[in-house]
Design a protein around this ligand. Structure first.
Ligand SMILES: [Zn+2]
Ligand SMILES: [Zn+2]
Length: 388
């Protein structure tokens, strides 16, 4: 024991380090040197053991006090501390160890290590989805969901035991729901806590199973659930309905029902947050002369006064014709309409003639005008070169 390194030094923390610092230092080292991460690496294995031993002492207030006072001697046989020898993990409290390993190795290897719980537990949340139209999302709606939900079995009232019998205390864990295993490992004896395999953590076993639920205490039932979809909800948002999830265990509350809203696409409206976007066609004459055009909104059609000389792709705003705020229905976004000038493709002779006249009246004819412009440009180009 003489060549043993100081525990604080091993973990790389100050003498005054608090529990969180010590834990986090150990986590780092354990992750780095864990034998599963460094298979066959003796040096890593040594470091891992060393760090684990240091953590075992420094994470325990009593042992830490003894160590601070007597150093390593505190844990040697017959040492001043009289801790009865720190042989491997003999000094670890089982539950504590479960915590640490659950924590660290849950991180490392993803999952596992959760402690069993046979106290009241909230039931699991249930997820469902509801499809609604664009307008239903804007104005809100009532929907009825037909769901297959886990319910307490009526025959056994959720106990899982055949009527007239009752569940018995699990003989393996004596109702604790968890069992402590002592395992010989390369770094000494490890006491590990696991969910009782006999009762799966419930602390109870059922000898005579209820015939209706086969001992599970639950049955699946189709249930109709009313969902109030609030005005302003958007695609992908969820509505939480409290206490409509799975039943809790050991008297715990029910879980929640989380309903995801799926909004169908609209043929002409698009939405971004609280604003609605659409395009509306206007004729060439309407664009040039101005006039009323009919525009569809979620509130129905409105007449909009197009200004004379409106260019194609002009955006106009219909204030307050957008989506209501989820928090306050009376606050609404706007509706932006892009006016698109339609170029006529099917013209009869009269219309063609009228257009030719129109062009002439605008001074756009005769067609020689392009020729003139071109000439002017060439002259300009010539001048430029002559100047230089
Ligand atoms: Zn039952
Ligand atoms: Zn058990």
């Amino acid at each position: 024991m003489a060549d043993k390194r100081d525990y604080y030094e091993v973990l790389g923390v100050d003498k005054g380090a608090d529990d969180a610092t010590i834990k986090s230092a150990y986590r780092k080292l354990a992750k780095k040197y864990h034998p599963d991460v460094n298979p066959g690496d003796k040096e890593a294995e040594k470091k891992f053991k060393e760090a684990t031993e240091a953590y075992g002492v420094l994470s325990d207030p009593d042992k830490r006090r003894q160590y601070d006072q007597f150093g390593h001697a505190a844990f040697e046989n017959g040492g001043a501390g009289g801790a009865g020898g720190f042989g491997g993990f003999g000094g670890f409290d089982g539950a504590d160890m479960g915590d640490i390993f659950g924590d660290i190795f849950g991180d490392l290897f993803g999952g596992g290590g959760r402690r069993a719980n046979n106290g009241p537990m909230k039931g699991a949340n249930v997820r469902a989805s509801v499809r609604i139209t664009f307008e239903e999302a804007v104005f809100g709606c009532e929907k009825e969901l037909d769901l297959n939900l886990k319910e307490n079995c009526n025959t056994c009232h959720g106990t899982g035991a055949k009527p007239g019998t009752s569940p018995e205390t699990c003989p393996k864990c004596h109702g604790e729901g968890q069992v402590v295993y002592t395992q010989q490992s390369m770094f000494g004896m490890v006491r590990n806590v696991q969910t009782c395999p006999e009762c799966h953590g419930t602390g109870k076993v059922i000898k005579d199973k209820c015939p209706d639920c086969r001992g599970t205490g639950y049955v699946n039932q189709r249930k109709k659930i009313q969902v109030s979809v609030p005005a302003g909800i958007d695609n992908g948002q969820s509505i939480r309905i409290r206490d409509k999830g799975e039943p809790g265990t050991n008297g715990g509350p029910r879980g929640d029902l989380l309903v995801e809203v799926v909004v169908s696409r609209h043929p002409i409206f698009q939405r971004q947050d609280m604003n609605i976007f659409s395009t509306a066609p206007i004729t060439f004459a309407q664009a040039a002369l101005g006039g009323e055009v009919r525009i569809s909104t979620v509130d129905g059609d409105v007449m909009y006064d197009v200004k004379p000389g409106t260019q194609t792709d002009t955006k106009v705003r219909l204030k307050g014709k957008g989506v209501p705020s989820l928090r306050n229905k009376s606050v609404r976004g706007d509706h932006y309409v892009t006016l698109v000038v339609q170029v006529p493709t099917k013209l009869n002779e009269d219309a063609k003639e009228a257009l030719r006249k129109f062009d002439e009246a605008c001074g756009n004819r005769p067609s020689g005008s392009t020729e003139k412009k071109k000439k002017g440009f060439m002259d300009k180009l010539k001048e430029t070169f002559e100047d230089s």
